[in-house]
Design a protein around this ligand. Structure first.
Ligand code: BES
Ligand code: MN
Ligand code: ZN
Length: 498
């Protein structure tokens, strides 16, 4: 898909389709009003006559209306004008994509919400266009033998702006939005692959391929003997029941000064979580192929950052293995020594994410990071608490938590703060080791995070539990690529702040 910014204040552009917005109350948008002048008041008539209400979700395609320069006109309901903002705008864009792909147009010009709205500047408007188009047009890399892949008709999307200065801002927004789109796509592709293809070894080769494509990334992939040499006893306990060898993926991106402390992103990379000896129930066990979504999103974020050449330093760490039962698998009551030296009693082998992450957090210390953020499909309890709307956000650092929260709001990839701390660590007491890996049903998302907090002492650390947000189940089963948009926005904002 090609994205462009064009100066076309009069809605006179020849295009396969012109997309204009109509508010539910308060009438036509700026572009619709202008184009209506060329159309003899057709849109106003449709709006006034009750044929097009302008409700969010309403769409109407007008083929070749007399007087219009474009071959088609697509009216998009924008909803209520008062309080119109980012969320509504993004929703309108989603409906735009869904309607546009059903038309014969190969190119479109977007005139949506041209009027100035408080938190919708030109840059943001353009960025959201590229992002929403990429996300909505995503195709699962399926292994169906019957499907004939159709080339998409729509190949070019332009954002109309008022003047040359605005065009510059829009072009920059489109560049960022498209890069977020390609990072999200990488993340979704990896997560959607079946676990017999997307193994730890496979993830390692994909990370190496990323480094080959972007010379600003240096990647190393550690094998089992190297992981043993690091004394990652908690990580090794999870992998020991599997026939697939584990990997520790470490990618370093240098876009800032050599001396600048990096941000460390750690992603849970369980390529299949059977539960191990504490075996899961069958009904939705297949969805545990998505248990490497955290790893996929930090690699996707890395791709976006490298594509945008952001002036920051970033380290991405993905501990990756399978969690399987076998005669050699770790058992409930086994005690292991983590890389930090703390001993862990494994009471439930299905609480494996925290075991691989705690060693990765300890490993991250060697980079003297400015912040460490782990991303993980960590607990079913987080889904019970927040559904699939918000990622759980837990942190030992107020400023970092606020930064991530704000990034989620800006990127429309929201997180909700949940508690972490000593009260929950209490639940993890063990009679036999320094800490147990489970702490009962109550507050499950917070006990998991609090387990991790024991390994993040003195680090500026945050944890995103994306169990509910990283993929959708049911008929829409598939990866969402969240929280790539949140993470990219967080990093982008850091380049502006410093
Ligand atoms: N990967 C799962 C978490 C999960 C479960 C994500 C369902 C999405 C949907 C994780 O490894 C796990 O099994 N967690 C357990 C922890 C429990 C044993 C304390 C859980 O949430 O049930
Ligand atoms: Mn598990
Ligand atoms: Zn898991």
């Amino acid at each position: 898909m090609e994205f462009k910014a064009i100066v076309d204040a009069k809605v006179g552009h020849e295009a396969g389709c012109a997309v204009v917005g109509v508010y539910e109350d308060g009438g036509l948008g700026v572009a619709a009003r202008r184009i209506d002048g060329q159309l003899d008041g057709l849109i106003a008539k449709l709006h006034g006559g009750g044929d097009f209400s302008g409700k969010l979700g309403d769409v109407l395609l007008l083929p070749a209306p007399a007087g219009a320069a474009a071959a088609r006109l697509l009216l998009i309901g924008l909803g209520s004008r008062s309080g119109f903002g980012r969320k509504q705008y993004r929703k309108a864009l989603q409906f735009t994509v869904q309607s546009l792909v059903k038309t014969g147009a190969s190119d479109a010009v977007i005139y949506l919400a041209l009027e100035p709205v408080a938190d919708l500047d030109v840059h943001y408007r353009a960025r959201a266009v590229a992002e929403v188009f990429c996300v909505q047009l995503y195709k699962i890399p399926d292994l169906k033998t019957s499907a004939k892949p159709k080339a998409p008709r729509l190949t070019s999307v332009s954002v109309a702006v008022a003047d040359v200065r605005a065009a510059k801002a829009a072009a920059e927004g489109l560049r960022i939005g498209a890069a977020v789109g390609s990072g999200t796509t990488l993340s979704r592709d990896l997560a959607n692959l079946p676990p017999n293809i997307c193994t730890p070894t496979y993830l390692g080769t994909r990370a190496l391929a990323l480094a080959k494509k972007f010379p600003s990334i240096k990647t190393k992939v550690l094998d089992e003997s190297a992981i043993k040499a690091l004394k990652m006893g908690a990580f090794l306990a999870v992998t020991q029941g599997s026939d697939q060898p584990p990997r520790l993926i470490v990618c370093e991106y240098q876009g800032g000064k050599k001396s600048a402390a990096p941000v460390c992103l750690i992603g849970k990379g369980i390529t299949f979580d059977s539960g191990g000896i504490s075996l899961k129930d069958p009904p939705t066990m297949d969805e545990m192929k998505f248990d490497m979504s955290g790893g996929a999103t930090v690699l996707g974020t890395l791709r976006t950052v490298a594509e945008l050449k952001l002036p920051i330093n970033l380290v991405v760490i993905v501990p990756t293995c399978e969690n399987m039962p076998s005669g050699g698998a770790v058992k409930p009551a086994d005690i292991v020594t983590s890389m930090s030296g703390q001993t862990v009693e494994i009471l439930n082998t299905d609480a494996e994410g925290r075991l691989i992450l705690c060693d990765a957090i300890t490993y991250s210390r060697r980079f003297k990071p400015a912040a460490v953020i782990d991303v993980a499909t960590l607990t079913g309890a987080c889904i019970v608490a927040l559904g699939n709307h918000y990622s759980g956000l837990m942190s030992n650092n107020e400023a970092l938590a606020n930064e991530l929260n704000a990034a989620g709001l800006r990127a429309d990839d929201r997180a909700w703060r949940l508690p972490v701390g000593e009260e929950y660590v209490e639940q993890l007491k063990s009679n036999f080791a320094d800490i147990a890996n489970v702490g009962g049903r109550e507050g499950g998302a917070s006990t998991a995070a609090s387990f991790l907090s024991k390994f993040a002492k003195d680090l500026a650390w945050a944890h995103l539990d994306v169990a509910g947000t990283a993929w959708l189940g049911g008929a829409q089963k598939g990866s969402t690529g969240r929280p790539v948009p949140l993470l990219v926005d967080f990093l982008l904002n850091r380049t502006r702040a410093t």
